[in-house]
Design a protein around this ligand. Structure first.
Ligand code: Q46
Ligand code: ZN
Ligand code: ZN
Length: 307
């Protein structure tokens, strides 16, 4: 397999794009693609301050590296969930994120859940009285809350996450099976600011996991490669497995699934519930003041204040 641009030996063949590229041409291609999506969806400009949520894994560190190389004003946020029982998952991933930031002279904000909330994720997920929630659904809720709180309170213009095409396709599949219109609108590349919420952007939403992993490897980024011990129960991973099987047989199916969802929203053939959050959220949480659709306490406070 040869590079389409220079004829040298290809480092990657992307069947969904019918494109093979050598190492330098692939790395430049991925940077150009990311910049293209940032501009196409008007995610942010180089004048704005970005808070990049990083986990220490390949996606978030590849994205942070590309944003840094493109000259955007970025700081990282690592949320230490305290998942350290079996494999020291949080400690190790935090160290990888910190080293990445230090090597590039970038600032990493570390938010230690146990220090701020009094309990780490395994404890919170274990002693949550409602019981039926799995660690991943509590984790998602806690992370969304903390990311928004830090971005909003520290005055960042945009909260950037490294959700990739595989994440978006899996979430879209899951929400489509549930016909969850409220959640389906969250798959868009940008969610606007408003009513206590910072604008959110996903520059990798059309970049596959394989492409971001290839970038991390070819760029020799020292990322953390272990899976979270709770991931085996994750619904998202279950759907990713099916999507990967379908992708093998029908190259490009993930990209078509997600792109056609975006086209349907643009064309108005799909109910776009992306009203400004003010239209959806009428209340403030009585404990923390963050916007909520609930009457008294937001979902985060309901979980974290339970004893
Ligand atoms: S960190 Fe959290 Fe993931 Fe672990 S508990 Fe589940 S959601 S699997 S991205
Ligand atoms: Zn080449
Ligand atoms: Zn609250």
């Amino acid at each position: 397999m040869r590079c389409r641009k220079c004829g040298e030996k290809a480092a990657i063949n992307m069947r969904q794009h019918r494109l093979s590229l050598c190492r330098p041409h692939f790395m430049q291609w991925l940077i150009d693609q990311t910049r293209h999506f940032i501009e196409k969806y008007e995610m942010f400009t180089s004048q704005e301050r970005l808070l990049v949520a990083v986990s220490g894994g390949k996606d978030s560190l590849s994205l942070w590296d590309i944003l840094w190389r493109l000259g955007y004003q970025t700081q990282g946020l690592y949320i230490d969930l305290g998942i350290d029982e079996d494999i020291n998952y949080s400690n190790e991933s935090r160290q990888h994120a910190q080293k990445f930031a230090d090597d590039r002279d970038l600032t990493l904000i570390v938010y230690k859940m146990v220090e701020k909330i009094g309990r780490n994720l395994p404890v919170l997920a274990g002693d949550n009285r409602r019981g039926k929630e799995k660690p991943c659904s509590i984790c998602g809720l806690v992370k969304r809350y903390i990311m928004n709180q830090v971005a909003h309170d520290e005055g960042y213009d945009v909260l950037v996450t490294a959700h990739n095409l595989d994440d978006e396709a899996a979430i879209l599949l899951s929400n489509t099976l549930d016909w969850s219109l409220k959640h389906l609108s969250r798959g868009q590349p940008v969610m606007p600011a408003g009513a206590g919420f910072t604008k959110k952007a996903k520059p990798f939403c059309r970049i596959s996991e394989r492409e971001s992993a290839a970038y991390a490897l070819l760029r020799e980024i020292d990322y953390y490669d272990e899976e979270c011990p709770y991931s085996k129960n994750s619904k998202q991973l279950y759907f990713k497995g099916y999507l990967n099987e379908w992708e093998d047989e029908m190259p490009g199916i993930k990209l078509r699934f997600y792109n056609n969802y975006l086209k349907a929203i643009e064309a108005g053939t799909f109910p776009n519930r992306q009203e400004s959050p003010e239209e959806l959220i009428h209340q403030q949480c009585r404990s923390c003041g963050q916007p909520t659709t609930a009457d008294r306490l937001c979902a985060f406070c309901r979980i974290t204040l339970e004893k």
